[in-house]
Design a protein around this ligand. Structure first.
Ligand SMILES: C[S@@+](CC[C@H](N)C(=O)[O-])C[C@H]1O[C@@H](n2cnc3c(N)ncnc32)[C@H](O)[C@@H]1O
Length: 244
């Protein structure tokens, strides 16, 4: 197993540039792992929690067939529109709860060679990925790590740590080929600069004010300086072992 325990980058906030760039792209580690999949051009792939379809469309340019699932109909509409704009016919989108359906049913029971996900992961999704994948099928995903927004003092219920993730995958019967943690943090010269950055604003700020994250963050600014881990992700490539 390739295990990269910790890669942390810290950036000084630059008001001229802001902070939006990387957050809308798939990570370079993730795309390198995708590009390294042997035989991808013949693969049938599922993108779990596909949102507007950025990962599904990325895969559709490389794989034989891709189905994206999301339970939010507005996201599915956006993904379908984008696929039409790109004249991409190898991708389809289904509105469904990824923790309730079986992924093989989405491809009429034909073999699934790749289950991928970007920032939508749970033990129920892992179990379904395992059941759907053909032997030696690839499970590739990026998930929230517990360091995401750690300064707020409140962990997301979707956040994982390395040990729990590895144990859950092994218990299901996956062999882990790659498990890495990547973090990006932004440092501000003071609370005012943070507020002006708009990094946490609008609905996100309202939510943080309601759930206590906002107070936790301001406390941490006082204790440890003005810094926010804006990206804390686990990136995993695992292979299904055993027979179906
Ligand atoms: C953080 S977004 C990531 C979207 C997309 N993967 C991307 O990278 O742009 C998480 C997505 O997972 C979807 N999602 C969360 N839980 C889900 C579930 N149980 N079934 C289907 N979709 C789900 C949400 O609707 C949302 O679109």
């Amino acid at each position: 197993m390739t295990y990269v325990p910790f890669q942390r980058r810290e950036f000084e906030y630059d008001p001229q540039v802001g902070w939006s760039a990387a957050e809308h792209d798939l990570s370079s580690t993730f795309t390198v792992l995708i590009d390294g999949i042997v035989g991808l051009e013949n693969f049938t792939a599922i993108d779990v929690g596909c949102g507007r379809g950025r990962l599904a469309l990325h895969l559709a340019a490389r794989a034989a067939r891709v189905v994206g699932i999301d339970w939010d109909p507005s996201q599915i509409d956006l993904a379908r529109t984008r696929a039409e704009e790109l004249h991409c016919t190898r991708v389809g989108f289904v509105c469904a709860d990824a923790e309730q359906i079986e992924y093989r049913d989405l491809v009429a029971g034909s073999p699934v060679h790749l289950v991928a996900a970007n920032l939508c992961m749970s033990s129920a999704i892992m179990a379904r990925a395992y059941r759907a994948l053909a032997p030696v099928g690839v499970f590739l995903f990026e998930a929230f790590h517990r360091s995401q927004w750690q300064e707020t003092g409140i962990l997301s219920r979707f956040a994982w740590n390395e040990e729990d993730m590895a144990a859950c995958l092994r218990e299901l019967g996956f062999r882990i080929e790659y498990l890495g943690v990547e973090q990006d943090a932004v440092r501000f010269r003071g609370k005012e600069e943070f507020l002006q950055s708009g990094l946490v604003s609008g609905q996100l700020r309202e939510k943080w004010e309601r759930d206590g994250r906002w107070a936790g963050l301001l406390d941490s600014f006082q204790r440890e300086g003005c810094r926010l881990t804006v990206r804390g992700h686990l990136i995993v490539k695992a292979i299904k072992e055993g027979q179906t």
